[in-house]
Design a protein around this ligand. Structure first.
Ligand SMILES: C[S@@+](CC[C@H](N)C(=O)[O-])C[C@H]1O[C@@H](n2cnc3c(N)ncnc32)[C@H](O)[C@@H]1O
Length: 267
């Protein structure tokens, strides 16, 4: 899983590990009930979908993701863990024809920032919700509040100038600004839009080598490294390694981060 763009490479639950401190908080906010039917948007390898299904024992959960390998991995994990009331579909949540008014709850852990047309996407999700349906999603706060983003960008830019920075493409911070996100959700037919601050660190691995491997896989990192020549790329990787080393503690490599949990109701 590569949180910068929504790309997915199945791995040994790296993203689940990265977000271990966020997960508990999101779960509490989702407050899944026994009979709920839950839609997980951009479900990736499906940890949040499986968790929802386990609680909604008399209902179930559907996870959708545009990444075929992610969906395959999600199905494998659900089978391996014996979670039966969960299904996964390889689909673009922006346009997929979900059954109308089917779900009590739509959830997402960092899977809703990458739509081409956010209003169209959330309108599509809203149609899939029952009249009393809720939306609960975790998204990043602005980049300057996320130490991981600042540190990675600085490592990649220091000696090679702003030319190294990534621009365009899917934006993991597209829902970071509350007035903008509120406007999008209201235009899509949601009401009672509320933002809760989540201030927890992200975990990049048990040691610097593992963290470097993980961070090199982020699209924001790999795109920059691809654009640099071999010597400049080697210098950038060296700086990244130093940055990660500076964040190594007894229990691994951690960076400060800030997210929102956005909750809303179908209008
Ligand atoms: C940062 S990952 C989060 C994955 C998962 N929610 C988790 O927490 O492990 C973002 C996910 O959103 C998916 N995604 C991006 N755009 C999407 C879309 N339009 N419809 C469905 N999934 C999408 C990506 O493929 C990716 O798996």
């Amino acid at each position: 899983m590569r949180h910068a763009t929504g790309e997915h490479t199945p791995g040994p639950s790296g993203y689940d590990a990265e977000l271990r401190r966020h997960d508990r908080i999101l779960r509490r906010a989702c407050d899944v009930q026994l009979h709920d039917h839950v839609l997980d948007i951009g479900c990736g390898a499906g940890q949040t979908t499986r968790q929802a299904a386990r609680t909604a024992q008399a209902g179930g959960a559907l996870g959708v993701d545009v990444s075929a390998p992610a969906v395959e991995r999600a199905r494998e994990l659900a089978r391996a863990e014996g979670v039966r009331n969960v299904t996964f579909e390889h689909a673009d949540a922006q346009v997929h024809r979900f059954p109308e008014q089917r779900f009590d709850l739509a959830i997402s852990r960092f899977g809703t920032m990458f739509f081409d047309d956010s209003v169209a996407a959330f309108t599509n999700v809203r149609r899939a919700l029952r009249p009393t349906g809720r939306l609960v999603m975790m998204v990043w706060q602005p980049p300057e509040h996320n130490e991981w983003d600042v540190a990675i960008r600085q490592s990649l830019e220091v000696a090679d100038g702003p030319v190294a920075s990534v621009s365009g493409g899917p934006d993991p911070f597209s829902l970071a600004d509350p007035p903008t996100a509120t406007e999008i959700l209201q235009a899509a037919g949601f009401t009672d839009v509320v933002f809760a601050d989540v201030h927890e660190p992200v975990y990049y691995g048990p040691d610097v080598a593992a963290a470097l491997d993980w961070v090199r896989g982020f699209t924001c990192t790999s795109e920059v490294l691809k654009r640099l020549g071999p010597a400049a790329a080697a210098r950038a990787v060296g700086r990244l390694r130093e940055t990660l080393s500076a964040h190594l503690s007894d229990d691994g490599v951690w960076f400060d981060s800030r997210a929102w949990i956005i909750t809303a109701r179908r209008h």
